[in-house]
Write a new protein. Structure first.
Length: 183
């Protein structure tokens, strides 16, 4: 990633689209698919900014409040197998939890199963779990909170103005230690 300001500009455009399309006049499968696709693209953009590294420590520390549901029973949740999330996760006892921005991105990018939850004519939340978490937890994320999280990374104030690196023998490379930004 040569210059992150272009990535941030595209992320702002994608977030504007998601906010606009979060409410719909008539739900269609295509609307759902396009919304899902744009969420994944936004997650990839944020993860790319985090991994390059192109965001300061303040933005990097942003977390998302979620509800998580513990996996119950010995039966796995499988694509072709019987069962719905309520058959495999304890949906009656959600636990408040927080996920880091990187964990949120990975849940979306590597999702194994996703279900949007609507209220009236709006997507309000989603139930999601990645391939890595499908035997442990399902997460419920509020769409408004998710878009706010991604917005942090779309702002130029999240950019790095200086950074410190230290040599890491295990990685045989320099590792990011600290970043500063304009915010």
């Amino acid at each position: 990633m040569i210059e992150s300001s272009y990535w941030r500009a595209e992320l702002r455009n994608d977030l504007a689209w998601l906010r606009k399309k979060r409410k719909y006049q008539r739900w269609s499968e295509k609307q759902h698919v396009l919304f899902e696709r744009k969420l994944m693209i936004a997650a990839f953009q944020v993860r790319s900014l985090l991994e390059r590294p192109k965001v300061n420590d303040q933005a990097r520390g942003t977390c998302l409040p979620v509800l998580r549901y513990k996996k119950i029973g010995d039966q796995p949740f499988t694509v072709t197998g019987a069962g719905w999330p309520e058959d495999r996760f304890d949906m009656e006892h959600p636990e408040p939890h927080t996920l880091s921005a990187l964990e949120v991105c990975n849940q979306l990018i590597h999702y194994y199963w996703m279900q949007t939850i609507t209220e009236g004519t709006a997507f309000i939340s989603m139930l999601i779990f990645s391939d890595y978490q499908r035997h442990k937890w399902a997460y419920e994320m509020r769409i408004d909170d998710l878009l706010k999280l991604f917005s942090v990374f779309s702002e130029e104030s999240s950019a790095i103005t200086s950074a410190s690196f230290e040599w890491n023998d295990k990685k045989q490379d320099y590792a990011l230690v600290k970043t500063n930004g304009s915010a």
